[in-house]
Design a protein around this ligand. Structure first.
Ligand code: S3P
Length: 436
């Protein structure tokens, strides 16, 4: 599938974007290892979250749905999971492989975890190392790449782990393994990362202590099934926040967006660039803050992005680079080397696409420098990365010619109806079958 994006237009109206990917994954995982039933609404029916559903079905959990975003998970408790008889295929989903590694190793199951070409290039040493310290036995392909083969070692021992990088997936993997470990398990992170695991564990009634950057839990607790309403994903909303900010005449309301403080870097950064973003009707839903976000067009200016915002906006940089390309002056990003190990090397993929469209940029080891200017037309490669695809579709709003985005199939991993919502709000996107 490819997107043909005609230049120009504005973004007007209101929309509720797809459910939060991180929370959708966790709702299935925690619901599965809880006692009793967990009812989920607003679930993201994207391929990544569905890979997590399939994995837990393979481990013996009955999961009904999703139907219109509703899922019912019949929890089996911490000791009810079974080793899967076939490899768990996590598709494109790093969150699935990293968090489920912690669950499989912790529960003492035997499993092979694999995925698509993009996932099989991504580093898993970051979860293999702490799990091995806890006593797990895991083999991988060269360089710690999937497939991962986890042997049934039980029980693991709790560790006090200082994370070498700011990663919510690594933090979550270790904490999840700690649910079954002997003694206490702690993680300390170098910078705040998304805390959905901590919030949701507490919501399922699991005792844990949070003290600054450190989270500690013991292995004696249990989780109790509950209902979960998944907010709209701020990472998906971000495409339209940037769209409305760069397209003159735009006025957009995004409904029920998750605004967890560990996820709002995109709003903070856009505001620093001069964007006009208001937050209305702030409320808390199932332990997560939510709001309706109004964005009106405003001219943007280039900035030096504060490094402390980087982990808080880690998935939003591709589309923030499009904002930078439309801003007046220079935007500088540093301290973002983690972008190189996402679904693609997002610094390289974005730099390549920006160059194709005539936007001046300089690649840094840990970031990029982008000079705002006129965006041209051209054909973009996504490197099998959903967020690269959607970012360049948004860029067309300010381009002076058509942008073709090739290989857009991965968009359905996180935002299956992106193109339909985009069209509804005024973008001129046609979805073409690449085999036509
Ligand atoms: C996620 C954490 C982040 C993020 C990913 C989802 C999560 O990854 O990029 O899309 O749900 O925990 P890292 O932990 O690797 O930064």
């Amino acid at each position: 599938m490819e997107f043909k994006c005609l230049p120009g237009g504005s973004v007007v109206g209101e929309a509720r974007v797809a459910g939060d990917k991180s929370i959708s994954h966790r709702s299935i995982m925690f619901g599965s290892i809880a006692e009793g039933v967990t009812e989920i609404s607003g679930f993201l029916e994207g391929e990544d979250a569905l890979a997590t559903v399939a994995a837990f079905r393979s481990m013996g959990v009955q999961i009904d749905g999703p139907v219109d975003g509703r899922v019912t998970v019949h929890g089996v408790g911490l000791h009810g999971l079974k080793s899967p008889s076939t490899p768990l295929d996590m598709g494109n989903s790093g969150t699935s492989v990293r968090l489920i590694s912690g669950i499989v190793a912790g529960a003492g199951l035997e499993a092979t975890l694999t995925g698509d070409v993009s996932l099989c290039k991504r580093p898993m040493g970051r979860v293999i190392d702490p799990l091995t310290l806890m006593g797990a036995s895991i083999s991988s392909e060269e360089g710690g790449r999937p497939p991962l083969k986890i042997a049934a070692n039980r029980p693991l021992k709790g560790i006090d782990y200082v994370l070498p990088m700011a990663s919510a997936q690594v933090k979550s993997c270790v904490l999840l393994a700690g649910l079954w470990a002997e003694g206490q398990t702690s993680t300390t992170e170098p910078a705040p990362t998304r805390d959905h695991t901590e919030r949701m564990l507490a919501g399922f009634g699991y005792p844990l202590a949070r003290e600054g950057a450190k989270v500690t839990l013991g292995g004696e607790g249990r989780l109790q099934g509950r209902s979960i309403e998944v907010p709209a994903d701020i990472s998906s909303a971000a495409f339209f926040m940037v769209a409305a900010s760069i397209a003159p005449g735009s006025d957009l309301l995004l409904l029920h967006v998750g605004i967890n403080p560990t996820r709002v870097g995109v709003i903070n950064i856009l505001r620093l660039m001069g964007a006009n973003i208001e937050s209305h009707n702030e409320r808390e839903v199932g332990g997560e803050p939510v709001a309706d976000i109004r964005i009106q067009y405003a001219p943007l200016k280039g900035i030096e992005i504060p490094e402390e915002q980087v982990p808080l906006a880690i998935d939003e940089f591709p589309v923030l680079f499009i904002a930078a390309a439309c801003a007046e002056g220079r935007t500088i990003l540093r301290g973002a080397e983690e972008l190189r190990v996402k679904e693609s090397d997002r610094i390289a993929s974005m730099a390549e696409g920006l160059t194709t469209l005539g936007v001046a940029n300089e690649v840094l080891e840990d970031g990029i420098i982008i000079d705002g200017g006129q965006i041209g037309g051209g054909t973009i490669q996504t490197h099998h990365d959903h967020r690269i695809a959607m970012s360049f579709a948004i860029a067309a709003l300010r381009a002076n010619d058509t942008i073709i985005v090739q290989d857009c199939d991965p968009v359905s991993t996180s935002f299956p109806n992106f193109d339909a919502i985009a069209r509804g709000l005024g973008l001129q996107i046609t979805t073409l079958d690449a085999d036509r």
